[in-house]
Write a protein that binds this ligand. Structure first.
Ligand code: SF4
Length: 314
């Protein structure tokens, strides 16, 4: 079973949502099981606010940081222009809402976006779209105003963005995808996590602790300038960059934090394994009603699987 912080958080919020996302969805366009295909398509739905964070991530990881690494110049103006172009392109695709068109396959278009509000409310709140546009600009402006961070990124030996790291934890395979790994000389690397939230996420430390554990425990990748398994989790610098506030928070985690993160992985992975009832690999065939609905009243209001869930909930 593949474990990640985000799937563990979903499991804790709603087991049925976790089942739809991690076990039941089938991305194969040729599958004859239309309900499983439907779950996969619904899983593509996202809020405007999550999408605008993705636009910022994409510009930083695919344009700004690669330019820094190659020693090319890239101005704030150019980055924002690229972001606006991506924003408008994806918005146009999202407005078409082709999700349920026969023969349509989201994975054929790297810029495919589907909006939750179009699926469930039939419209996009234009004020929210414009706020998202402003926040993308604000986040990138804030990034370019962080001189010390930019200097560190420009002078690094290697910047690796969105790299999937994994390590074994009992029967689970823990997967972590840090936003940026910064390597400089023979020092322990730094992990950067971009946050595009108005309010901070109180569990950011947990996510960063899992990232650091994954980096220290995974098989070092061929393109890592130094073997990362020579470092301990506590050696790795952890930065949470709040792009809408223009602030950087250094998480100085102690052994105790890593023990707590380890206990969280163990507890949630065991609960997930029990929920799968020994059917790992074929758990999609379990009755959907075996997975309890959420106890949190507000969770369904933003859940992409609402339609298939409510059809089976009496
Ligand atoms: S609609 Fe509610 S109960 Fe159903 S899967 Fe989503 S969050 Fe869970």
């Amino acid at each position: 079973m593949i474990w990640s912080v985000s799937t563990a958080k979903i499991f804790e919020q709603c087991q049925r949502k976790w089942f739809f996302k991690t076990q039941f969805s089938n991305s194969n366009p040729k599958t004859r099981d239309l309900e499983r295909r439907r779950a996969y398509l619904l899983g593509k739905l996202q809020s405007i606010s999550a999408w605008r964070g993705n636009v910022v991530d994409q510009i930083l990881s695919k344009q700004v940081l690669p330019a820094f690494e190659r020693g090319w110049s890239i101005s704030e103006h150019k980055a924002i222009a690229a972001a606006m172009s991506l924003f408008d392109k994806q918005l146009e695709i999202g407005r078409l809402h082709r999700l349920h068109e026969a023969g349509f396959n989201p994975s054929d278009d790297a810029d495919f976006v589907a909006f939750y509000d179009l699926e469930y409310k039939g419209l996009l709140a234009e004020q929210e779209v414009e706020r998202a546009r402003d926040e993308v600009k604000r986040a990138l402006s804030a990034f370019f105003s962080m001189d010390d961070l930019i200097e560190r990124l420009r002078t690094a030996n290697r910047l690796i963005t969105q790299r999937s790291l994994s390590f074994a934890h009992a029967d689970a395979s823990v997967r972590a995808v840090p936003d940026v790994l910064v390597f400089k000389g023979s020092s322990a690397p730094t992990i950067i996590d971009w946050k595009v939230h108005v309010f901070g996420w109180r569990d950011a430390w947990l996510q960063l602790a899992v990232y650091a554990t994954a980096l220290a425990h995974c098989e070092p990748h061929k393109d890592f300038p130094v073997p990362t398994n020579q470092f301990r989790e506590t050696d790795i610098e952890l930065l949470e960059v709040q792009l809408l506030r223009g602030t950087i928070r250094t998480h100085n985690l102690a052994e105790e934090h890593f023990h707590r993160a380890d206990a969280f992985i163990a507890r949630t992975a065991e609960s997930m394994t029990l929920a799968l009832d020994g059917m790992n690999g074929k758990a999609w065939s379990l009755p959907r009603t075996d997975f309890p609905v959420t106890r949190y009243a507000g969770a369904c209001q933003s859940c992409p699987y609402r339609s298939i869930c409510w059809e089976i909930t009496s």
